[in-house]
Design a protein around this ligand. Structure first.
Ligand code: BGC
Length: 454
């Protein structure tokens, strides 16, 4: 039997996360040059920047139900293809209309991958490593964002540099496409489609014991769990809003919305703007932004290490408290009378603290949760709807931030601090713990809970 190099599987599909990070992050640098080249006004600028988010919403809607029908692997291939062509179309765009349409098209892959990758990873991963492996996706997102910052810095002074910045993403996209050709289908999806033998075959190749042989005990345990999970379901599309699934839906969507309304992308997309506003020179602003990008990656690595060791709920609450504290520092202390240097330091330190708490907790957990809370039959759909909620919230925040920031300056961060506090109540009341439980145990617990309460 052909064994599967499991590390390669996870790395290949997490590369989808890298493209998500790169394609969303690159616009912050590229837009400065696109604006000049195409003589865009403020409204047109906003449209170009947010077009990818609109596409991502569409991607989350259409690609994941398709993944329930045609399989996770096939849709990953489709995503990789759209990633490649979308990057090329965007890079060669001659006018704003073409660029916007290409970025919407590219966004379909971004949104699709954002739902598919965590889903696929959590269906392949063993219970005790599921959280960490899904965190790999977030790590890749942050590496994508950092690469985008660095590539933007590198091509900033080259004629038509923005085309290279945007087109660059086609290279990893081709790698993902070639890698996805060799990925196995998700055993849980195969099982659900009645292809039990193929499902056993993939599981045997994934669950390898110390002697380098298939761990048959583990395989039969997982098969039994899948059987039980399937037999308890009512089946059908409407399951997502059925009473017993609703707690999963509320928890996942709530986390997705809070992840965005806590303000993360005001920092990721607008950090240079925040620094420039403090009269820090453009180059210090860009350099500080790169610093934030590096910290984001490093802390995501730490998250990988702790994800299966500490309860998700505890981490979320810890993260909210930390972000609350840093946002308060940012909004209050940047409004005192101090030298530009001093204000620059305070801003940098509070933004770094904020990124630290986000990258350790809400960043990864939001995407870990979407692959694990939903019952098998609606897992693809649930992941899609949750991802849609995330992208929609992202779009709202990205669109309103510049206007509100102009009015309220750093006091605006007090609003995000309030969201951080609200998120604690939400986590305490609506989120249930998933660490250390198999996907089927989570599903059965949801079902039993509903029958118990009715
Ligand atoms: C969020 C993105 C954000 C990124 C920052 C992700 O978890 O969904 O919106 O840009 O983290 O690292």
């Amino acid at each position: 039997m052909k064994k599967i190099n499991t590390t390669m599987i996870y790395i290949f599909c997490a590369l989808g996360g890298l493209l998500f990070g790169y394609d969303t992050g690159i616009i912050s640098g590229a837009i400065l040059f696109i604006k000049q080249d195409m003589a865009l006004n403020a409204l047109q600028e906003g449209i170009v920047v947010s077009s990818i988010l609109l596409g991502a919403m569409m991607g989350a809607c259409i690609i994941t139900p398709l993944s329930d029908k045609y399989g996770r692997r096939k849709m990953l291939l489709v995503c990789a293809f759209v990633f490649t062509s979308g990057a090329i179309f965007s890079a060669v765009s001659l006018n704003m209309f073409f660029l916007t349409v290409s970025r919407i098209f590219l966004g379909i892959a971004v949104g699709g991958a954002s739902a598919l990758v965590p889903l696929y990873i959590s269906e392949m991963a063993p219970t005790n490593r599921r959280g960490s492996l899904a965190t790999l996706n977030q790590l890749m997102i942050t590496i994508g964002i950092l690469s985008a910052y660095l590539v933007a810095l590198f091509y900033a002074n080259i004629a038509n540099g923005w085309r290279l910045m945007i087109g660059f993403a086609a290279i990893p996209a081709i790698v993902v496409f070639l890698g996805a050709l060799f990925l196995p289908e998700s055993p849980r999806w195969l099982f659900e489609k009645g292809r039990e033998n193929q499902s056993i075959d993939v599981l045997k190749r994934l669950r390898i014991n110390k002697d380098n042989q298939p761990d048959l005990d583990l395989v039969s345990k997982e098969m039994n769990e899948m059987k039980e999970a399937i037999s308890q379901e009512k089946g059908g599309f409407k399951d997502l809003v059925q009473k017993w699934v609703r707690p999963a839906l509320v928890a996942a969507i709530g986390i997705a919305i809070f992840q965005q309304f806590i303000g993360i992308n005001t920092v990721i997309y607008y950090a240079p703007t925040i620094f420039v506003n403090l009269n820090l020179g453009t180059s210090s602003a860009i350099l500080s932004t790169v610093g934030i990008g590096i910290l984001n990656v490093l802390v995501s690595m730490l998250a990988l290490y702790i994800m299966d060791k500490i309860d998700r709920k505890k981490l979320l609450i810890f993260g909210s408290l930390g972000m609350f504290m840093s946002l308060i520092i940012l909004s209050i202390f940047t409004n005192i009378h101090a030298s530009t240097n001093m204000l620059g330091y305070i801003t940098l330190v509070s933004l770094c603290l904020y990124i630290f708490f986000f990258a350790l907790t809400w960043g990864p957990i939001s995407w870990v949760i979407i692959g694990e809370v939903f019952p098998l039959k609606v897992r693809g759909l649930g992941a899609g709807v949750t991802s849609l909620a995330n992208w929609f919230s992202n779009l709202v925040v990205a669109l309103i931030f510049p206007v509100l920031f102009e009015k309220f300056d750093t006091y605006l961060f007090l609003a995000f601090a309030c969201v951080a506090i609200l998120s604690i109540f939400f986590v305490k009341r609506k989120v249930f713990e998933t660490r250390g439980k198999s996907l089927e145990e989570i599903e059965i617990a949801l079902y039993k809970n509903a029958s118990f309460n009715s």
